[in-house]
Write a protein of this length. Structure first.
Ligand SMILES: *Cc1c(COP(=O)(O)O)cnc(C)c1O
Length: 357
């Protein structure tokens, strides 16, 4: 009998599962933490004046103009900024560049589910540490002589909770022999005093990642960035140049710069999302939900009487997509992205209808 042995050599991987992308426009889509509002009107202007003949030319290999705009905004030098195709690619590049130890890298058990996917794919050994019963990360659990690296999201997903700057400093003080990655995807929605971007000046083993996908309303353009010491960024550029020849495209660079240069619109959009988040949280509490204080553009809720999965399925039937994770510790929770006020009213009405059934 000839067993087909080549199958043994196929990659063994559990793929990342993203929020479902519905085909219909009528769907209310609150399942991928995308922004409820469009990007800056300055982005619109770039598109209106874009000359298709510019597409003939390759883009800047290192997304130079965008790195410069980001560096300027952050008060850093261009050597401290790395840009790639979404922060998922930024993270993949960082994992390749920095997690080459034979010691395991460490991350919380409840966090962004791309970290285990990259570890799997890149054959990086890892160890998870449990978040506490309130879903907070313990700094001590990340201390380590034995760490090959540390990665966590702050604010964290899907928990929506943030840890303090003191927490980040504590983790850094206890991890001087490895690289610490802080994924700040949601930091723009958080209270002042959470952002630790400036700490990259003090800790040359700190890498802070960020993305245009959530707070800048540009998930479809695939832009993500990282900030760190010039040494870290140099290694990331070297890895990017050698394993992928897929620079950020011209249109993403130009629209990205336009977004970064419109601080006023950016702040106004953040305020709108935060205001809606707070009022939605209040309404869900009135319906009996437990709603931890979110520092993101989503809520992570549970109800003592109703099954999360049943609510999720009921809303789905009505064309309202939220996120349910069939995973240990969080299978009684729902993650609801903050949409427009109107979308939130429809979502709340859907839940009320569910409760009356
Ligand atoms: C959405 C998200 C990302 C990825 O963002 P992209 O830039 O779209 O790849 C990274 N980390 C966390 C925690 C996220 O929620």
């Amino acid at each position: 009998m000839s067993e087909q042995l080549w199958r043994k050599n196929l990659i063994n991987i559990t793929p990342y599962v993203a929020g479902e992308q519905p085909k219909s426009d009528k769907i209310i889509k609150l399942n991928a933490n995308e922004n409820a509002y469009p990007p800056s009107p300055k982005v619109r202007q770039i598109l209106d004046s874009y000359k298709p003949e510019d597409m003939r030319r390759y883009p800047s290999a290192d997304a130079g103009p965008l790195r410069e705009a980001l560096a300027k905004r952050a008060g850093l030098s261009v050597d401290n900024v790395f840009v790639s195709n979404g922060s998922d690619d930024v993270l993949a590049t960082a994992f390749r560049a920095f997690f080459n130890s034979d010691k395991p890298i460490v991350y919380p058990d409840i966090t962004y589910s791309f970290y285990p996917v990259w570890c799997d794919l890149l054959k990086i050994t890892s160890r998870t540490v449990p978040v506490d019963e309130n879903f907070h990360i313990s700094a001590q659990s990340l201390y380590g002589q034995g760490n090959g690296g540390v990665v966590f999201a702050n604010p964290n997903a899907p928990t929506s909770l943030a840890e303090s700057r003191e927490f980040v400093r504590d983790v850094l003080e206890h991890n001087k022999d490895c690289i610490v990655i802080v994924d700040q995807t949601y930091v723009d929605f958080a209270d002042a005093g959470i952002d630790c971007l400036d700490m990259t000046k003090q800790y040359d083993n700190l890498l802070v990642t960020h993305t245009f996908s959530k707070s800048r309303s540009m998930a479809g353009m695939r832009i993500g960035e990282a900030y760190g010491s010039a040494e870290l960024i140099k290694y990331m550029l070297a890895v990017k140049d050698s394993y992928n020849s897929y620079p950020v495209n011209r249109l993403s660079i130009e629209t990205g710069v336009a977004s970064v240069e419109d601080e006023e619109y950016f702040q106004a959009t953040l305020r709108k999302v935060i205001t809606t988040r707070e009022s939605t949280a209040e309404q869900l509490k009135e319906l009996g939900f437990d709603v931890p204080k979110s520092q993101t553009n989503f809520l992570f809720v549970t109800h003592p009487k109703y099954k999360a999965k049943d609510i999720f399925e009921f809303l789905r039937e009505k064309g309202i997509f939220i996120r349910y994770f069939n995973k240990p510790r969080i299978d009684e929770r729902l993650r609801i992205t903050i949409g427009t006020d109107d979308e939130m009213i429809q979502m709340i009405n859907g839940i009320k209808e569910f409760m009356q059934n």
